[in-house]
Design a protein around this ligand. Structure first.
Ligand code: SAM
Length: 232
């Protein structure tokens, strides 16, 4: 598994797609739903707006978005892993069938510019071959004044208690449990993906250089998660 290699990442997410949701709940003790909901409360997407969920995976954030907006019209979820999108399609077909699922690369979406009122990205940025290129593309498809939120793990470049906690959590909880599902190698990628991942001020700087007018960074989950809030 090569760090930041788009093909390897696509294969990895295809291979874990059937266990992804269960493991997400186990690893976050269900709290990822609360963090995603918190992101929606901050951004307050409203009925009639056009939103896109970048790196939507199995689609839970897109569905939360549809619930929040009380409509699944005007929502797109995009992901490079076709197997994850099959799960998304299946779980949305009954009540959220208007969500449009696109199998594509968020670094080069081929979508028209300036068309979305907002975008979300949960646990995607860290996995991109170039987070900067992903932010540039996201900025391009957003309308001027459009808003966005990116949720991901925080990375800790300097030694800290929170960084130590993260190492222990990933090495002694996430990897052993995922190994029980035969996915230890896949889930040990989280630690690798955090090595050069920018957090806090660095993420703000990256977003501003990608074109965003405003960028703020907040932390959640006692500092383990970060939310980048953007305005185009
Ligand atoms: C950790 S999962 C997050 C899924 C979902 N957003 C969630 O919160 O559960 C990361 C997702 O990013 C997708 N991804 C990674 N690189 C991508 C790219 N360049 N274009 C589109 N999707 C990508 C993966 O296929 C995977 O589904």
């Amino acid at each position: 598994m090569r760090l930041g290699n788009a093909k390897d990442i696509e294969e990895m997410f295809n291979s874990i797609s059937s266990n992804y949701d269960l493991l997400n709940d186990v690893f976050s003790f269900g709290l990822h739903r609360f963090w995603k909901r918190r992101l929606l409360d901050i951004l307050n997407p409203s009925f009639g707006e056009r939103w896109i969920d970048l790196c939507c995976g199995t689609g839970d954030m897109s569905i939360l978005l549809a619930r929040y907006m009380k409509s699944s019209q005007n929502i797109i979820g995009i992901d490079s892993a076709a197997q994850a999108l099959l799960v998304a399609k299946e779980r949305s077909k009954q009540n959220y069938s208007s969500i449009k699922w696109i199998n594509g690369d968020v670094i080069e979406t081929n979508l028209a510019s300036n068309q979305f009122d907002g975008f979300l990205m949960a646990y995607g940025l860290r996995n991109l071959a170039s987070p900067y290129a992903g932010l540039r593309e996201a900025f391009r498809i957003l309308k001027p004044g459009g808003r966005a939120g990116i949720l991901d793990f925080r990375s800790f470049q300097e030694p800290s208690i929170q960084g130590l906690f993260q190492k222990i959590y990933l090495s002694l909880y996430v990897v052993p449990i995922s190994s029980l599902f035969g996915l230890g190698k896949e889930y040990s990628y989280i630690k690798k993906s955090l090595i050069n991942f920018p957090s806090g001020e660095k993420q703000i700087h990256l977003a501003l250089s990608a074109g965003f007018k405003k960028a703020k960074y907040r932390t959640l989950a006692m500092g383990q998660m970060g939310v980048l809030l953007l305005e185009a």
